[in-house]
Write a protein that binds this ligand. Structure first.
Ligand code: SF4
Length: 180
């Protein structure tokens, strides 16, 4: 007789498989400020979706903002500065939407903790999801180095954050691969 593990042991192993947090817009959900998605085609990520190992999340919608919504940018710094209270997120009309962005970031962190997620793949340049650059707050689509609010909060709490051009690197990260 082959050595077949008991069903309970199998279930434990399945539940211990790691998951990855991904920006909902990259998964084809029309949650962007303009009501569109930013669907990403990536074979390995698609397989992970089929295996129920991808948690899609939009921090701006989760934080309470509608679809569509006014575009927003960070003024006075990047997402880390927002978390520290040194910068704000504003719409083009000067409406302060910082609280929505911080609320969404906190929910993203709670989700990572709930699912023991150590790696996130988020949309570059977004004031929430940008991980290496954001726009400078002048609404001229001028990028500056820095993180969005959610990326900054996740990193501060140990989650490794990558953008949509770094998927293979993200999925090779020890925080994901330890339970591949
Ligand atoms: Fe996509 Fe992030 Fe913007 Fe939501 S907040 S639309 S997930 S980039």
């Amino acid at each position: 007789m082959p050595n077949v593990p008991a069903a309970s042991a199998f279930q434990v192993r399945v539940s211990e498989v790691s998951k990855v947090l991904v920006s909902a817009c990259l998964l084809g959900n029309p949650v962007r400020y303009d009501g569109k998605s930013k669907l990403l085609h990536h074979a390995r990520l698609s397989r992970l979706v089929e295996q129920d190992r991808v948690i899609g999340f939009c921090p701006e919608v989760a934080g309470g903002l509608p679809i569509p919504r006014d575009a927003a940018e960070i003024r006075g710094g990047d997402g880390a500065a927002v978390i520290d209270g040194h910068a704000r997120v504003e719409t083009r009309n000067g409406c302060d939407v910082t609280a929505f962005f911080v609320a969404g970031a906190r929910q993203a962190l709670a989700l990572c903790r709930l699912h023991d997620i150590g790696v996130a793949i988020l949309t570059e340049s977004s004031p929430s999801c940008g991980s290496s650059q954001v726009y400078d707050g002048e609404f001229a689509r001028s990028p500056v180095p820095g993180s969005g609010v959610t990326s900054a909060l996740l990193r501060r709490h140990g989650v490794a954050v990558f953008n949509q051009h770094q998927i293979d690197t993200a999925l090779s990260h020890p925080a994901f691969c330890k339970r591949c």
